[in-house]
Design a protein around this ligand. Sequence first.
Ligand SMILES: Nc1ncnc2c1ncn2[C@@H]1O[C@H](COP(=O)(O)OP(=O)(O)OP(=O)(O)O)[C@@H](O)[C@H]1O
Length: 671
Amino acid sequence: MSKSVMELDHRDLAVGRPYPERADREPAVHDRLAEYLAKGLIQGPFRRLRDPVRALMPIVEYAAAHENALRILSDEELRLQASAIRAKLRNSGFAPPLVGRCFALVREAATRTIGQRHYDVQLIAGFGLLKGRLVEMATGEGKTIAATLPAATVALAGYPVHLITVNDYLAQRDAGEMRALYEFLGLSVGAVVQGMSRAERRRAYASSVTYCTNKELAFDYLRDRVALTHRSSSLHLSLGRLRGSLQRDEDLVLRGLYFGIVDEADSIFIDEARTPLILSSSTGAGEERLQCEQGLRFASTLVAGKHFQIDLAERNLVLTEEGRRELGELTEGLQGVWSSVRAREELVTQALTAMMLFNRDQHYVVIDGKVQIVDESTGRVMPDRSWERGLHQLIEVKEGCELTDRRETLARITYQRLFRRYIRLSGMTGTAHEVAREIKSVYGLDVVRIPLNRPSQRRVALPLVCTTSAQKLRIIADRVERLAMAEGRAVLIGTRSVGASEEISAALNARGIAHALLNAKQDKDEADVVAAAGEPARVTVATNMAGRGTDIRLGAGVAARGGLHVILTEYHDSRRVDRQLFGRCARQGDPGSCEAIVSLQDDLFVIHAGGMTRLLARLVGGGVPIPSRLYQPLRWLAQFQAERRHGYVRVQNVKQDRRLDRVLAFSGRGE
Ligand SMILES: Nc1ncnc2c1ncn2[C@@H]1O[C@H](COP(=O)(O)OP(=O)(O)OP(=O)(O)O)[C@@H](O)[C@H]1O
């Protein structure tokens, strides 16, 4: 039976293969049965007695034992300690007493370089990460610094470490803020972000610790897979390297998948795991523009409900029998793609999808005459990505843009499969327990909840549910006027789409309320906008770009006035994402408050709980909303339905992956 991630010790990291990664095989049925029985019969009765946090606590004592001795050393002597511990880690592995000593060293180095001393709870979290757990640390509890403990320990032992996060801003910020610490210990740091050349990427991945995003990592890995498949086998790779004939540096960018620490792990493991990553190459636009224009023209003559059915919740669209007949008549006598029944139905279905299911400033933005996809979970544009099967070109024609070339798939992978290939994987997030079961079954990671460093002072107000969007905008503007203008607090308003952020911005402008806007279209000054968001009377309107990971520091006097106030203007498909937005306030024991001001016209309610929403709208009429728990069942139902649908897509993704795996194994190809 293959070892689980938790059972590995440092020797497992020292695999001698040229491109180390874990073989990604489904466990055999008898192995799964044995594991199930062992858990149920042996561990089951004692489960309640086992406290996963308690098992990690001894690390605090081990580290404390070295603290005084390290504190009196000069910088030079401390650096010598760091180089002395390298060989020990390499030879004796990650035994808790040695890890404790290493953590004490990193803690002392952090105090001297970045002016922050790891809290005890951060040592516990760091040890959990080193052991391959998914640690749940509440928002703002300092995951960035906690991750430096296992990252530096594994890097000192000589193995490459990847710190994977959700966007370029965070990858760059974290690498920049932690650089002095790593360099003090004799380690190098790299960051991989969009737009970097292969040589720059290779240099960054050659560093001891590399900060990167899930997307950059996945595409770099896919490119390596393609390069590797072009060689006859990994045997060839080893022989080539032995002979020195293989120019490894020319075609591979990564050094394999050793130790991966995934930040915002629920977002990457769950929310982003609905779409497989596809590496494609250009095949030339050719006749496409004309076809797309014809497709959109035919599509616009078809009638919803009669010629096609739309399912907004599933984001799905199908032609009816009548629609097919109508299309046959419309295209009668036409040549090329229109003469094939299958091809024309596919093209017109995609044209309808482009028209009905993809909205500008929600699913994409048009910047410099180009259609750019907006990632719904992070609120950011993804300039290198395009939709498949002609959809991207149809949207370009719909928006009157230049047509980009059609793409052909070269390789594909799901996040589920990619991350299982790390020899040791761990993760951290503020919001994991809702999805702990899925994370355990798909990635093999146990969730450990880390206690707070200081009690939270966050005040969560009851939600306010307005009847209409217009009423919602009015109430939000009132609230901002009172909290920011009159009381001088900092206010962050979170929206779900670029369009919604612009609507709120317009409503604030109409009242003369100065504010900063941060969305996929205005992301140039992101670091400056975030840096100023905690200043007195500052108002910031942002999409999810300012959701996860963003650390808003309070300006002078703001804490005394109540801290940052966060307004959520639309519930997300998942409660976890709502909690992430609320987590921007009241960090590290600061004061802060948050509330939801939403409307019965929000997409989440209309699409996923339409019946209940209409009923409530009738009952309430157009009255002034009062904060209430009354709407909780509506929120619960809508988010439950949305999550259930996303869960279904993820399961299908994993199944398709397994099917592809079997087919590719049969045909002898890698990916
Ligand atoms: N040990 C420490 N000493 C001093 N300041 C700290 C310490 N740990 C964290 N902080 C500060 O706390 C703030 C929050 O840290 P960080 O952004 O890493 O939290 P987080 O857990 O990643 O939050 P989120 O869940 O929102 O991503 C930062 O300003 C950071 O500098």
